[in-house]
Design a protein around this ligand. Structure first.
Ligand SMILES: Nc1ncnc2c1ncn2[C@@H]1O[C@H](COP(=O)(O)OP(=O)(O)OP(=O)(O)O)[C@@H](O)[C@H]1O
Ligand SMILES: [Mg+2]
Length: 300
């Protein structure tokens, strides 16, 4: 069974971007561990190179110019107070905001070196490579099987469909719980199972990146723990960007953390990237007082 979504060296003309994917490698952020030599300084592949990305909805500036790089096979957590632009940030990575009236993006989002907002880019292809899962589980009112088979079917992947569905459910750590009831309605699952089903649906076509917008905030502690286990397991296959309000969760699962806050700019408050570093730095030795106040619960 093979599917080319993960083959980054193949011609990307169907994404409307230049023929060959240029792989960028960079040293990782220098972390406290790296400095004291306990962490191997290995080159990491840059998946997103975000350059001065700003977002407006109509006249409202939601996100100030943001520059950061997101690395392959890491969990990057996005944290910050409500309204600081976390959802706006991750939704802008796979063009989910395009349909929002008044949405305007400035700067550039380079995905494996290619401009996600380039004029010839095929948005369907972008979303195939960069999957997203939302806060509230939103399975289709169809069977468990049909939820997972939905995207592969749409892409014409009719052969081996059972194998694709099984693999996605296994990778989403749901197979053991649902293998005997694949034809049952997805809505008969618990909230935590529904969220893992949505993750299975997202990974059924083997995207490159998984964007998760507060995937566990509607779940109880047990279901939350299983989503966290899942993130840790999935990062060997995918690059994960997760929005969370839960500092303990960010500390448990994230390799890198981006802290956004609302900054007074002109007459308005605008979402602004305050600090971006490895999780240990953000949680143990943040450079900015605003980060420290937020992660220690003194603000937000
Ligand atoms: N569809 C939209 N249309 C207009 N403005 C929007 C839209 N979505 C978000 N905004 C505005 O953009 C800003 C950032 O919102 P966003 O949802 O990205 O914040 P957030 O950090 O995800 O907040 P929360 O933690 O509450 O989910 C807010 O001022 C919000 O009102
Ligand atoms: Mg949000």
């Amino acid at each position: 069974m093979s599917f080319d979504a993960r083959d980054r060296s193949r011609d990307l003309a169907d994404v409307g971007i230049r023929p060959r994917v240029r792989i960028q490698t960079e040293p990782p952020h220098e972390s406290a561990n790296a400095r004291n030599g306990t962490q191997q300084a290995t080159a990491r592949e840059v998946v997103f190179d975000i350059r001065n990305m700003s977002v407006h909805y109509g006249d409202n500036r939601a996100l100030d110019a943001t520059t950061l790089k997101i690395y392959r096979n890491l969990v990057t957590a996005v944290i910050g107070p409500s309204g600081c632009g976390k959802s706006t940030f991750i939704r802008s990575l796979n063009r989910m905001n395009d349909s929002v009236p008044g949405f305007r993006l400035g700067g550039q989002v380079l995905y494996h070196g290619h401009d996600v907002y380039g004029t010839a880019v095929n948005r369907v292809e972008v979303r195939r490579r960069i999957g997203i899962v939302f806060q509230r589980p939103n399975p289709f009112p169809k069977s468990i099987y049909d939820n997972v088979a939905w995207a592969p079917r749409n892409l014409g992947m009719k052969a081996d469909l059972d194998a694709w569905v099984k693999q996605a459910l296994r990778h989403a750590a749901l197979w053991d719980e649902v293998q005997d009831r694949l034809r049952d309605s997805a809505l008969s699952l618990s909230g935590g199972q529904q969220q893992r089903l949505c993750i299975a649906r997202a990974i059924a076509i083997e995207p490159d990146v998984l964007l998760l917008d507060e995937p566990a905030s509607a779940l109880d502690p047990v279901a939350t723990a299983s989503i966290e286990d899942l993130m840790r397991a999935l990062k060997s296959r995918y690059t994960i960007v997760v929005v969370t309000h839960n500092m303990q969760q960010a500390a448990r699962v994230a390799d890198h953390v981006a802290f956004f806050s609302l900054d007074q700019i002109g007459s308005g408050r605008v979402g602004t990237l305050i600090e971006y570093a490895d999780a240990e730095t953000i949680f143990r030795a943040p450079k900015d007082a605003r980060t420290r106040d937020y992660v220690t619960g003194q603000f937000g």
